[in-house]
Design a protein around this ligand. Structure first.
Ligand code: HEC
Ligand code: HEC
Length: 239
């Protein structure tokens, strides 16, 4: 009867349970896509943590940290983005490396930004499954509650833009907003709502040296902001 659960669970998970029950090695718990992450992604993405502890290492980071990917991303978005990656940070990981003087104001120096590698459908699925098992900061996520709800675009924009100044660093339309943070008009498809809430509450709890300021946003404003970001992404296609 012991093999009964393997029909219902992915094999690696069944193996992990068997390993746990029999006191087997923890390594057995690795999903198959982990090998792919280690060989093809780890040179740019931190899979194990911790986050950079100095500005020097923050600025030298080659890609976003992945050690809490399972708490950050929506799996369906990961699968489709990994097959057809598009730019998320308009001026790269560290904007100062990718900006040049333009006729009126600074411009993005496109020649310094390279497209992200694309994966096959099978590899995208494997990589996404493995990424979803990386779950640092469960404790921060557990503190957040985002009830379903909505906010008018006008009110949301007022809070985001005028009250809190988030627009200085984030785009809320393809050509509207700052360049030093990730664009947020796709955040609702990309990011889990409790991650958005937690990151807005305390960016430095996730990434101690990041330049996003902690604006001490109240609980009710945090929920408004998450509802606003969710409303922006509706209907946006990610290929
Ligand atoms: C040469 C360095 C490099 C390699 C290798 C690389 N990435 Fe990336 N990755 C980046 C950069 C830079 C970004 C940020 C792109 C952007 O903001 O437009 C990124 C973004 C991502 C994102 C979106 C995350 C976010 O928060 O915006 C995911 C998911 C991702 N990479 C997964 C992978 C996987 C899986 C692999 C291996 C199959 C991989 N990457 C290999 C550099 C790399
Ligand atoms: C000074 C620039 C700056 C300001 C102002 C700012 N942010 Fe950020 N924000 C960032 C940076 C930088 C990141 C993380 C970058 C990364 O992961 O590459 C970030 C990340 C985020 C994320 C997570 C997105 C992701 O893809 O990981 C959310 C959500 C967010 N900010 C919302 C807000 C909101 C809401 C405000 C206003 C209260 C705000 N930000 C103000 C720079 C800023």
């Amino acid at each position: 009867m012991r093999s009964g659960y393997s029909a219902l669970l992915p094999l690696w998970l069944a193996g992990a349970i068997t390993a746990t029950l029999t006191g087997g090695p923890a390594r057995a718990a690795e999903p198959p896509g982990m090998a792919l992450l280690k060989t093809r992604c780890a040179s740019c993405h931190n899979l194990t943590g911790p986050a950079p502890a100095s500005l020097h290492t923050l600025w030298a980071r080659k890609g976003p940290d992945m050690f809490y990917a399972g708490n950050k991303y929506r799996k369906s978005w990961l699968v489709s983005w990994l097959r057809h990656p598009v730019r998320i940070r308009p001026a790269g990981m560290f904007y100062a490396d990718h900006i040049k003087p333009g006729p009126k104001r600074d411009m993005i120096d496109e020649s310094t930004l390279k497209p992200h590698m694309a994966l096959s459908a099978a590899d995208a699925k494997l990589a996404a499954e493995a990424l979803m098992t990386l779950r640092a900061h469960d404790d921060l996520i557990a503190r957040e509650k985002v009830p379903p709800g909505s906010i008018s675009k006008t009110m949301g924009a007022l809070v985001f833009d005028k009250f809190l100044g988030c627009i200085a660093c984030h785009r809320i339309e393809p050509d509207y907003g700052g360049l030093s943070g990730p664009e947020l008009f796709t955040a609702g498809d990309r990011l889990r709502s409790r991650f958005m809430a937690s990151y807005i509450r305390s960016p430095q709890a996730w990434d101690p040296k990041i330049w996003m300021p902690n604006k001490h946003v109240s609980d009710s404003r945090i929920i408004q902001l998450v509802h606003y970001l969710q409303s922006l992404s509706k209907g946006v296609s990610h290929g």
